[in-house]
Write a protein that binds this ligand. Structure first.
Ligand code: GAR
Length: 191
């Protein structure tokens, strides 16, 4: 059984979608969700879905080895960032080389980097009159949104779209593709 740990900071709709997608799988399982926000909605979702969820603070994340050690204890095949907003420390990247992926709600290298997350990304796409946007799934390295790209998908932006409608279109792409990209990565990887 391939094991996934998800890191999420907010609503967790992608986390829920991934958990549900693999709910009946005999080969891939989401074993835990970790969050850096005590009141994140993702915690409620995990309770309902009966998936173990843990909160960690900044100190555990980057100021010590405790999160790395906890993750090494689980030894997941893949760590999935699904709306996770802190930069991943080198110690974690080095402990899981090529085993951490992120989803970004735009067509990287456009609209990436520090401070570019969620609705801010979609507002920038709108303000710049982009004719299209999309999603990027990529490996995580030491720099925000710069690791090797695994997958991209596009959606059209029309003049009547606002940041919220763009967000909805992008979320649809995320729900459709993120679990499948994870599945492909895990099943092609030595099985
Ligand atoms: C998703 O759209 C994800 O791509 C984005 O946050 C949203 C989380 O939604 N991630 C980033 O902006 C990372 N820079 P969710 O909590 O409902 O899954």
């Amino acid at each position: 059984m391939k094991q996934i740990v998800i890191l999420a900071s907010g609503s967790g709709s992608n986390a829920e979608n991934i958990i549900s997608y693999f709910g009946e799988s005999k080969v891939i399982k989401v074993v835990a969700v970790l969050t850096n926000k005590k009141n994140a909605k993702v915690l409620e979702r995990c309770e309902r879905l009966e998936i173990p969820a843990y909160y960690f603070n900044k100190m555990a994340f980057s100021g010590s080895e405790s999160l790395v050690q906890m993750l090494q204890g689980i030894n997941p095949d893949l760590i999935v960032l699904a709306g996770f907003l802190w930069k991943i420390p080198s110690a974690l990247i080095n402990a899981f080389p090529n085993r951490i992926i992120n989803i970004h709600p735009a067509l990287l290298p456009k609209y990436g980097g520090k401070g570019m997350y969620g609705i801010r990304v979609h507002q920038a796409v709108k303000d710049n009159l982009e004719p299209e946007t999309g999603i990027t799934i990529h490996f995580v390295n030491e720099n925000y949104d710069e690791g090797a790209v695994l997958f991209q998908a596009k959606t059209e932006v029309v003049p009547t779209d606002d940041a919220n409608t763009i967000a909805q279109k992008v979320h649809q792409l995320e729900y459709e593709h993120f679990p499948k990209v994870i599945e492909k990565l895990l099943l092609e990887d030595g099985e």
